[in-house]
Design a protein around this ligand. Structure first.
Ligand code: BGC
Length: 747
């Protein structure tokens, strides 16, 4: 039975299913496994000591059982093994005899996946890239904490979120799941997100380690990249995420890196992650990404998911035959148990309860409000003044009923089903667009109650322009959907939306464009509309966030985590290398043998090296549409008084003043240009601070710089080195607007 609940603060109606509450009550009564009682429950011992105490009691079969999953409970029939699971995408059985619970995994990129099929509710946060656009570590923590809370409420104890592959290839269909093109921004934010998730006694994860930067042929592609470029770009994001966020788990990716699959890559797993970065947790394979037994085990893979082709009976046989040393097996088991202790899944057994959708809406809305980026605002077209508006036309992107969401394993099920599906067809399906029931049109009408608000679907550009003509304002919603399992064909808006925007803007000078995209888009029409907002994928309450920004209740403060290029010809790789047919991506039911052997490799060479995103455009002197770090506000800011000191650490101090009439939050960005001998791109982000300022308020900000961010990776020494010489420190509101500069000589 369906019930409608009204959100007290936002006035939004939430359709909830009565069975949701009923299932919640029922699940509260469900028997949870009793708290274990062995000597390892002595909490004065370290996680390592406790793990060893459990390990000592375990049989070979029990050890091997921890090294693999038992299929995908979401899709598989119930079996005695998976019965205790929560029907997520992965389950490892634990050690029931010793009271060690199973590891119950769910995808949770921007919310808990598959809740609809399980008759539950989960909040859809804005896409991860929207959170990155907020540049707000506290928001990233809240993002992770909400996911952790809802996972736990639903009975899961492990998150498969934490995507941090940097945007080398903006057409990657998973760009919305990641945190942008800069390793420092992405790494710092993913660390906070993981911290938030793990604060809820849930095992956190960081993924996809590493270089899964395109979906095309992801199961077979071999990425060739130099060591220095790798360490200073994609791997730096993981290094920061691992060292600051302390995830209990790392998911290795599908692709090959410099010859070996990531999940059997000695350099990535053992040498770098476990030895150099001292990662004490466990590595699990992406789903079907395990390709060997002895090689993967020796390289540092600890857990195969979702099945047991390589790490089940074959593993046991290899141990018995002496092909895998017992110490190696024990190390894998130790790491898994240790992570369960550190994340708290043993000390705090899960307790299912009903998720609070209203709290989720509020968190989702606030994060979205902080991540929306104002790209253009000529003649202060925004914010809208409701007292002056009589007619508003809302156009395109099903903006009468919903907002688009990102697909694939990240997909969160909307309450009540897909907003544009026929009744009874609300289920979310792989590679199908899912629209969340958050209506921009209603949000706009609610904020301009006296105006007449008309909707046009935007499918016929000329007809839409005719409707828009003469209205006080025309608001065009334009979208680019993306999903795991595909890459974008191009960065152009699909479905003739370029023409739609151009025609509407030609008909009405007060045209506002609101973009719902995961990746940058090209804008042949950029000069035409009065204002442009990038709203990304807005999540459960996206429409209210957009409404609040359009009408000025919220002053936009997001800045781009990805460069918007002028054209695809300007990208380091103007086209995405596609796999030959024999190496093409398979996501269907391939045989375990086929999966294990791996598809033949095809080559993608990252010859742009460290020049990812803005570093590429800067170095190649290519003008861009909107630069990295760019975003406007309804107020204005002035930077002054830069001082750079270097005692034990470099400290950058400066002043930001709000020179306009509205309160706002400015993301003050700090970049460095390294000495010429370093042979680095012209600049790199080394820190930032998001500063809240009342009108007229002025604040002095100090950003302390992590020494790694001023270093280069020295391949000879196999370590980070800071060269001596002149460093130019630059501060401002975007990577291309840096009014403050100072040079400091570092020894
Ligand atoms: C994705 C992972 C996901 C896993 C489980 C894979 O296809 O790449 O991100 O966690 O499936 O659903």
């Amino acid at each position: 039975m369906q019930v409608s609940v009204r959100h007290a603060e936002t006035g939004v109606s939430v359709i909830a299913f009565l069975f949701l509450a009923v299932s919640g009550c029922y699940s509260q009564r469900r028997q949870e496994p009793p708290k274990p009682t062995g000597p390892w429950m002595n909490t004065t011992l370290s996680a390592d000591e406790r793990a060893d105490l459990v390990l000592k009691e375990m049989t070979l079969d029990e050890k091997v059982a921890l090294l693999h999953g038992v299929g995908m409970p979401t899709d598989d029939p119930v079996t005695p093994e998976n019965a205790p699971s929560n029907r997520g995408v992965g389950y490892a059985v634990g050690v029931p005899r010793l009271g060690i619970p199973g590891i119950d995994m769910s995808d949770a990129a921007y919310g808990v996946r598959s809740s609809g099929t399980n008759g539950r509710y989960s909040t859809a946060l804005p896409s991860n890239v929207a959170a990155a656009a907020s540049w707000d570590p506290d928001a990233a923590y809240e993002y992770g904490a909400l996911i952790g809370r809802e996972l736990r409420a639903q009975g899961f104890n492990m998150s498969l979120g934490g995507g941090v592959d940097i945007t080398r290839e903006p057409r990657n269909g998973r760009t919305f799941e990641y945190l942008g093109e800069d390793p420092v921004l992405a790494g710092k934010l993913v660390a906070k997100l993981i911290e938030g998730t793990q604060s809820q006694h849930v095992i956190g994860d960081i993924k996809h380690y590493a270089f899964n930067d395109q979906e095309s042929g992801r199961n077979s592609v071999n990425i060739t990249v130099g060591k220095r470029a790798a360490r200073e770009s994609d791997l730096l994001a993981f290094e920061i995420g691992v060292s600051e966020g302390h995830p209990a788990a790392v998911m290795c990716s599908y692709n090959r890196v410099n010859g070996d699959f990531a999940c059997e890559n000695q350099y990535l797993l053992n040498d770098l992650l476990k030895k150099d970065w001292k990662f004490p947790g466990f590595v699990l394979s992406d789903w079907g990404g395990t390709h060997s037994t002895e090689k993967a085990s020796a390289a540092g893979l600890d857990n195969e998911q979702p099945g047991r082709f390589s790490f089940g009976d074959r593993y046991k046989a290899a141990v018995e035959a002496g092909k895998i040393p017992k110490t190696e097996l024990d190390d894998h088991v130790h790491r898994i148990l240790r992570s369960m202790f550190t994340a708290g899944v043993i000390d705090f057994p899960r307790q299912r309860f009903v998720v609070d959708p209203f709290a989720g809406f509020e968190t989702a809305r606030k994060i979205e409000e902080g991540g929306i980026v104002l790209l253009k605002n000529s003649k202060a077209a925004l914010p809208l003044d409701s007292t002056k508006l009589h007619t508003i036309v809302v156009i395109g992107s099903h903006s009468d009923v919903g907002m688009i969401s990102g697909g694939g394993s990240a997909q969160v099920d909307p309450i009540g089903g897909n907003a544009i599906a026929a009744p009874g067809q609300g289920a979310t399906r792989w590679l199908q667009e899912v629209w969340f029931p958050t209506s921009p049109m209603k949000a706009i009408q609610a904020r301009a109650p006296k105006a007449t608000v008309k909707y046009d679907p935007g499918t016929d550009p000329a007809a839409a322009a005719a409707v828009a003509k003469g209205a006080d304002v025309a608001i065009v919603f334009a979208y680019q959907w993306e999903s795991e399992g595909m890459d974008l064909k191009s960065l152009s808006l699909p479905h003739d939306q370029d023409e739609l925007i151009a025609k509407v803007a030609a008909a009405n000078p007060h045209t506002i464009v609101v973009l719902e995209t995961g990746s940058p888009v090209t804008m042949p029409w950029v000069d035409a509309p009065a204002a442009i907002l990038e709203a990304w994928y807005g999540g459960s309450d996206g429409a209210n966030a957009v409404g609040n920004v359009l009408f000025g209740t919220v002053n936009p403060s997001g800045k781009l985590p990805n460069t918007f290029p002028r054209s695809e010809a300007d990208l380091p790789h103007p086209t995405i290398t596609q796999p030959p047919p024999e190496s093409a991506h398979f996501s269907g039911p391939a045989s375990p043998e086929m999966r294990a052997a791996g598809l033949p490799p095809f080559q993608v060479v990252y010859d742009e090296g460290v020049k990812v995103g803005y570093k590429w455009y800067d170095a190649e002197k290519k003008p861009v549409l909107f630069p990295f770090g760019y975003g406007l506000s309804y107020t204005s800011y002035k930077y002054s008084e830069l001082k750079v000191t270097s005692e034990d650490k470099v400290k950058v101090t400066f002043t930001v003043a709000n020179t306009g009439a509205r309160a706002g939050a400015e993301i003050a960005e700090v970049y460095a240009s390294l000495p010429a001998a370093a042979q680095e791109p012209p600049k790199r982000l080394i820190g930032w601070s998001k500063v809240k300022l009342e009108p007229g308020e002025k604040r002095t900000v100090t950003v302390e710089i992590d020494p790694r961010f001023l270093s280069i990776f020295d391949e000879q020494k196999d370590g980070w080195t800071r060269l001596s010489g002149d460093y130019t420190i630059m501060v401002g509101g975007s990577s291309q607007d840096l009014p403050l500069k100072a040079t400091i000589n570092l020894k």
